[in-house]
Write a protein that binds this ligand. Structure first.
Ligand code: IVH
Length: 671
């Protein structure tokens, strides 16, 4: 391929990816499989890595993030970021209209929109390219969160068409889709982290994360609602929004009823009433409706107050609150042993759904509100996903009622609960004997990055556990086809799949088995390090604290956790059983043959195309021999292994920092 060919290929791949991305994230239409999309993206990534001179800042590869921001730059807004006046009733809206009618003579047209409950953002495009994204801050200046915003798939990095202004800003609201937020919390629950209370604060926190790679995984979304610029070629707000839609921006669509032209207050109220009822069916949170005068010339006539435009107003929905009776407080044990008290309520309709339960968070919360069984309590569904109890009707309390006493033992296994200093929650310490905790461990064991057992999932693990067919990881390997087949809704294929999956998992390399057995703080990377340095499980079991911390990247906390894990007899027994089932508890012959510590302490950067290795082979060879692979050149880099076509910018950087550049033959000599 000539350089010109490469450049063309990069452009063609980028365009293809951009279109699929737009179809999926803006229009909600799927036009390519995930797999094919990833393949195209990988191809593009590889080309850009090999030819960094053709990598552009608006490339679809930017979506995966990876930039680390140490300090967010403070940026002054070109146009102040104003807020909106609030209204709560039809009278308020009528007053709004009376006020503006005094200022204009022409007939008025309004645009009604949803009021997205997210985080305001101002995005600047220059010549069609996203160049900057800034948070509201104090309205005058905000934080530059460009790297993070670039990972949001529904925000175009490059606009479509060619009739956009040379420079303009578009404002909108970044938010968590409800389903994404719920999944995020589910994932956190599984690993024992505290749950996030509401999508808005979490979106705001996410935008301020330092690693854009993490932001990319969070799947934020965005609606844009306000185009600003000098000499914009539009007469109305509505036209500007439609045009932005043509440029590829995610805007509210009339056919979804997210935006509507209105002439009268009655029409405005139809829109408000419709969404007050329907908002629970949206996959994002809204907290009201925004009403804007459509025509720019009229907006100018009406003008601004110090804080907000006089030509627009927000109508806020009332937070729904109902009262009901608290029947019982029960306690849930999470997969990590965390205890969550749950209020069981006399069922009541709230926010479009029947509510029977509400979270009580922790012991402090119960004490603070003095919540007691049989109380009449107020339940609210605000921004929070899970309804919460916001107060008690003390006047209605039974005179014989007594304060709630928090449980002291685990409701699942009766072990005495502990509460560490600084923790809001109580925990059941019976990590290896408490049913939900055991099930959690099994789920981790079968998960994709661990033993990756085909056919087994969360529900199946529950089912096997409840039916006494598997009470731990080793039990899984004695399951028979007949046992599975007898379970409800298990057919031939499903049963055979699991058996095959279990057999296949016996080939999973040692490092993943080590990760899968679930030693606290031994994540994927640590498991890899341990496997390479200790070579088999017995060496790890027998290692002293000193030997463990002497190993690369193993600190006190991890070493203590490993020692603790193997001090529990049942853990060692379990490993003995898994060994009998022939799982990999040592490095393979091949890994051993290649493994040395010759490269210990050295940091390598790999660039270009090689003839004796694939790039991945080269990287794993470095790691197997104790070296580290890094993706960017710095003062810490010991060697750059350069193949054909090493990018010129990497070369320049290497020369500047005076890093040794070696070819693959020299690398082999080093070994
Ligand atoms: S227009 C100058 N439209 O709500 C007017 N704002 O409480 C700029 N918001 O500051 C705002 N949805 O952060 C507008 N459809 C919408 C909105 C919206 C949510 C936010 C925005 C605003 C705040 C006011």
């Amino acid at each position: 391929m000539t350089k010109e060919d490469v450049k063309q290929k990069i452009e063609q791949l980028s365009e293809q990816l951009r279109i699929h991305n737009y179809n999926y994230y803006v229009l909600s239409e799927t036009t390519i499989s995930d797999y094919d999309f990833d393949m195209l993206l990988k191809e593009l990534q590889k080309l850009e890595e090999d030819f960094p001179e053709f990598a552009v800042e608006t490339s679809p590869t930017q979506r995966v993030g990876g930039t680390i921001t140490k300090n967010f730059k403070t940026v002054k807004h070109k146009y102040r970021m104003l807020s909106l006046g609030n209204s709560y009733s039809k009278e308020d809206i009528e007053d709004f209209e009376t006020r503006i009618k005094k200022l204009v003579e022409n007939e008025l047209e309004y645009i009604c929109e949803l009021k997205y409950d997210g985080v305001a953002i101002g995005i600047t495009y220059k010549n069609g390219k996203l160049v900057q994204a800034v948070t509201r801050g104090d309205g005058v200046q905000g934080d530059d969160v460009t790297a993070n915003v670039k990972t949001i798939r529904s925000i175009p990095l490059q606009l479509k068409g060619n009739d956009y202004p040379d420079e303009f800003e578009i404002r909108g609201e970044i938010f968590f889709p409800k389903d994404v937020f719920e999944q995020l919390n589910k994932d956190r629950e599984e690993i024992g982290e505290d749950l996030y209370a509401n999508p808005r604060n979490t979106a705001s926190g996410t935008l301020k994360m330092l690693n854009s790679g993490v932001v990319a995984q969070r799947k934020l979304d965005c609606y844009l609602y306000f185009v600003m610029g000098d000499n914009l070629p539009f007469e109305t707000h509505f036209d500007s929004i439609l045009k932005a839609g043509e440029w590829g921006v995610k805007i509210p669509r009339e056919k979804q009823k997210y935006i509507k032209k209105c002439k009268t207050i009655d029409e405005i109220f139809e829109f408000i009433n419709y969404w007050d009822k329907e908002r629970n069916n949206l996959n994002f949170e809204i907290d009201g409706v925004v009403i804007k005068v459509n025509n720019y010339a009229r907006q100018e006539e009406i003008g601004f107050t110090a804080k907000s435009p006089k030509w627009a107003i927000a109508y806020k929905f009332k937070a729904e609150k109902v009262s009901t009776q608290l029947l019982e407080i029960t306690y849930q044990v999470g997969r990590t042993g965390a205890i969550t008290p749950v209020a069981n309520l006399q069922s009541v309709l709230l926010g479009g759904t029947t509510v029977k339960r509400a979270s009580l968070h922790n012991a402090d919360q119960i004490e603070k509100l003095d919540i007691r069984v049989n109380d009449t309590v107020f339940v609210e569904k605000g921004g929070e996903i899970i309804p919460k109890i916001v107060g008690v009707e003390i006047a209605q309390r039974d005179i014989f009622s007594v304060p709630t006493e928090y449980i002291t033992t685990c409701p699942e296994c009766e072990t005495a609960l502990v509460r560490k200093e600084g923790d809001a929650k109580h925990f059941c310490p019976n990590e290896w004997g408490c049913p939900p905790q055991i099930k959690g461990k099994m789920q981790h064991f079968i998960s994709r990055k661990a033993l990756n057992i085909d056919g087994l999932g969360e529900e199946t693990i529950d089912l096997l556990f409840e039916n006494n067919l598997a009470k731990n990881n080793a039990d899984l390997y004695r399951l028979t086809y007949e046992q599975l087949f007898e379970l409800e809704s298990f057919k031939e294929k499903k049963s055979q799949n699991i058996i095959d999956g279990l057999i296949a998992s016996k080939q999973i390399p040692f490092e993943r088995v080590l990760y899968g057995i679930g030693i606290r703080y031994v994540g994927e990377t640590v498991a890899k390090k341990l496997a390479r340095q200790f070579k088999n499980i017995d060496n790890i079991i027998n290692a002293s604290f000193e030997e463990l911390i002497a190993a690369d990247e193993i600190g006190d906390k991890i070493a203590e956790s490993i020692i603790h894990f193997f001090s529990i007899e049942s853990n060692v027994e379990l490993i003995e059983r898994l060994k009998k089932y022939e799982l990999q508890f040592e490095l393979s012959e091949e890994q051993l043959a290649n493994a040395t510590t010759k490269l210990e302490g050295l940091v390598f950067v790999v660039s270009g195309v090689f003839s004796k290795f694939s790039r991945d082979e080269l990287k794993s060879t470095i790691e197997q021999n104790g070296g580290k692979v890094s993706s960017s050149i710095s003062k810490k880099t010991s060697y750059i292994v350069a193949g054909e076509n090493m990018g010129p910018s990497k070369l320049a950087k290497a020369e500047k920092l005076e890093v040794n550049i070696i070819n693959e033959d020299q690398f082999l000599e080093l070994l």
